[in-house]
Design a protein around this ligand. Structure first.
Ligand SMILES: Cc1cc2nc3c(=O)[nH]c(=O)nc-3n(C[C@H](O)[C@H](O)[C@H](O)COP(=O)(O)OP(=O)(O)OC[C@H]3O[C@@H](n4cnc5c(N)ncnc54)[C@H](O)[C@@H]3O)c2cc1C
Length: 627
């Protein structure tokens, strides 16, 4: 089936003419920073109604040599942390001991992703994530120190976008233990970077950018030797229109004017050094621009894309700990004449935690291997982040429930009473942030929706964009109709009926479900696009449901393939259980798509925001400003 070639300027795909100036500015900046290359990845194809199972026919694995390298560092770092770092003390004192940071640096932990030619360990993403899983399973704060430095801090964008000269200059420092940070967020700039106020203006001699402004919640910022800072540089005029420019600058410790205005204190990961960093006319040499002027937001988003792959490994490390706590406690604790794990409620938790931990691991290793193969992972990384952060939170919550009162008690208190100090309370505090950092769950769903709809929007660009001459619109409309009549019809042929997937053994039925599920999801997305047209962008509950379906289908595919790769009956049984749970969620989500009370929800939410329900807040002592 041939597709009509998109003819419109991709910049103009979304009609912003009816939007408020603020919203238009935000959208145009976000669209300008998007990677607009086509996407043939597994997730993108699922949204277009095709399950590309050939991509999973062999679950990727490490070479013996690469595995041995990872085994060695995992063992060493695990033993080192166990001997030298008490995570409860770290949590209570909000400090990771200097000696531990030094010890990690000596092992090369801060240079895992630095290429060998620049003195680093040159680790594959798989080995890097294996080490991160180890660290995260022991101490959340230490994991965030290493990850903020290396997944999003200077090493990652430097590797992706730095010149050889820049790499020669900065990479070797990381082998010596230099720590870096990534500074995008500002007090008024969170998920939407369009209102960024940190500025970098060119000095009169053109040799420096003069940086001024504030960056909030910058992890490692207060102790960073080097950081990448996104700032506004003077706008450029393109086709008569002024385009805002965001540029990435490498800022080094010791440059006069950097001020740590405040160290933030959080619910969890309490020992991270995270702060409000103020730049008071800091002179940054123009050679410190990464990738080029105006490319800073795209750099930040691309960095986050691969940076996001660490969080699945870290959360899987936590999930494995929870599984272990629940198995041991479920067998040890007897109530009402049975071990609590043998009651049906207990069994449900054990089965859910184990099968979802396998799914998290599958998604983690699949995306890590694919990153090493250089595949485009825009959608898969976002799905992995969304799926693992939300699943980890449910797992920690279930673990706390299974531990009962002991789950709520601090590990130090348990230890003082002579009990096993399982740190579920700390893990719950450490875990919650994962649904917020590196793109909130809501933003991940909206990002996925934008990317999932992109092929349709591109095809329809000439029809929907304003200002296109009528003749062009009509020709584009005819082409579109021809394309969709063939594409849409193909979505009703259930490929799952003739692909039996015997190669999947006991999991074949789930592969068939994914195959027909992809068609059904593509049809459903198409129906909703037709029903709501340009208003679909505002129907976030609908988009969110569709993205949740897509994410579960992706996780099912990864899990089945991983279980077959592991090749044991136990892995297959866990994968089967995970798929049954995922299918139950998907079917329930389809029911919600078909029959929901979204309009009522919208009305009630609107009234609450307008203050109509303020009466319900009466009867308590007000905290904070009266409004
Ligand atoms: C511990 C910690 C570490 C961090 N580390 C770093 C770091 O190293 N570097 C850095 O630059 N930043 C860092 N951040 C910032 C973090 O990335 C942001 O908190 C995150 O991007 C969300 O921004 P926000 O908190 O301003 O929330 P907002 O963007 O204000 O969002 C608040 C809520 O509104 C929702 N929302 C926002 N937009 C929409 C929309 N269009 N539709 C529907 N819902 C929406 C969000 O999902 C969220 O639930 C860190 C934050 C914390 C707490």
């Amino acid at each position: 089936m041939s597709s009509p070639t998109p003819t419109a300027d991709p910049d103009q795909i979304i009609d912003t003419s009816k939007m408020s100036a603020d919203k238009r500015a935000a959208l145009e900046i976000a669209e300008g920073a998007r990677d607009r290359t086509g996407n043939e990845g597994l997730a993108a194809q699922l949204f277009m109604g095709r399950f590309a199972h050939d991509l999973l026919s062999e679950f990727p694995s490490q070479s013996d040599e690469d595995r041995a390298i990872g085994d060695d560092l995992c063992e060493r770092v695990g033993a080192f942390l166990k001997a030298n770092l008490d995570p409860e003390e770290v949590d209570a004192s909000r400090t990771i001991p200097e000696a531990v940071v030094r010890g990690l640096a000596e092992m090369g932990i801060f240079a895992m992703k630095v290429p060998k030619v620049y003195g680093g360990l040159g680790f594959s993403q798989v080995n890097y994530n294996r080490v991160m899983m180890r660290i995260a399973s022991w101490c959340g704060s230490t994991a965030v120190l290493v990850s903020a430095h290396q997944s999003i801090g200077v090493p990652n964008p430097l590797k992706l976008f730095g010149t050889d000269e820049q790499k020669q200059k900065w990479f070797p420092q990381f082998r010596k233990g230099a720590i870096s940070a990534f500074a995008l967020t500002e007090p008024d700039v969170g998920s939407d970077p369009s209102k960024m106020t940190t500025q970098a203006r060119l000095s009169e001699d053109g040799k420096h950018f003069i940086l001024s402004g504030e960056k909030l919640w910058c992890t490692n910022g207060p102790i960073a030797d080097i950081m990448v800072v996104m700032a506004r540089t003077p706008p450029k005029v393109v086709n008569g229109i002024e385009k805002p420019q965001i540029t990435a600058l490498v800022v080094e410790k010791g440059m006069p004017g950097i001020e740590v205005a405040h160290r933030c204190d959080f619910m969890g990961i309490r020992a991270i050094q995270n702060g409000l960093i103020r730049f008071n006319d800091v002179r940054v040499p123009v050679e410190n621009v990464l990738w080029g002027e105006g490319k800073g937001l795209k750099l930040a988003l691309t960095t986050l894309n691969t940076g996001r792959l660490t969080l699945p490994a870290a959360t899987t490390g936590m999930a494995k700990q929870c599984l272990s706590f629940c198995r041991r406690w479920g067998a040890e604790r007897t109530q009402w004449g049975l071990p609590i794990g043998a009651h049906e409620f207990g069994r449900h938790k054990l089965a859910w935690i184990a099968s979802h931990t396998l799914a998290m691991e599958a998604v983690t290793w699949l995306t890590s291997h694919w990153a090493d193969q250089g595949r485009d992972l825009r959608l898969e990384a976002a799905m992995a982040k969304l799926f693992t952060s939300e699943t980890a939170w449910k797992i920690v919550d279930m673990t706390m429930q299974m531990r009962g009162g002991r789950g709520y008690e601090k590990a130090v208190s348990l230890k003082a009473r002579g009990e096993e100090p399982y740190p579920v309370e700390r893990m719950m505090r450490d875990c919650r942030i994962n649904m917020i950092i590196e793109g909130t769950s809501e933003i991940m769903r909206l990002y996925l929706a934008r990317e999932a709809m992109d092929p349709h929007l591109r095809l329809a660009a000439d029809v929907i964009r304003p200002g296109v001459p009528t003749g062009v619109k009509m020709r584009a409309g005819a082409k579109l109709a021809a394309h969709y009549s063939a594409w849409y019809a193909s979505q009703w042929f259930n490929a799952g009926l003739w692909h039996h997937h015997n190669e999947m053994g006991g999991l074949a039925g789930h592969y068939q479900y994914i195959e027909s599920g992809a068609h059904r999801m593509a049809r459903s997305m198409f129906h909703h696009m037709g029903m709501y047209r340009d208003k679909l962008e505002r129907r976030q509950l609908i988009l969110g449901r569709l993205m949740d379906i897509g994410t579960d289908l992706f996780a099912m595919a990864a899990t089945c393939s991983y279980a077959r790769h592991l090749g044991t009956d136990a892995a297959e049984r866990l994968a089967d259980h995970f798929c049954r749970e995922a299918i139950r969620r998907i079917e329930s989500t389809y029911r919600e798509l078909a029959a929901n009370h979204d309009p009522v929800t919208n009305q009630v939410g609107k009234s609450v925001l307008a203050g109509d329900m303020r009466w319900l807040e009466e009867g308590v002592e007000w905290i904070g400003k009266q409004s």
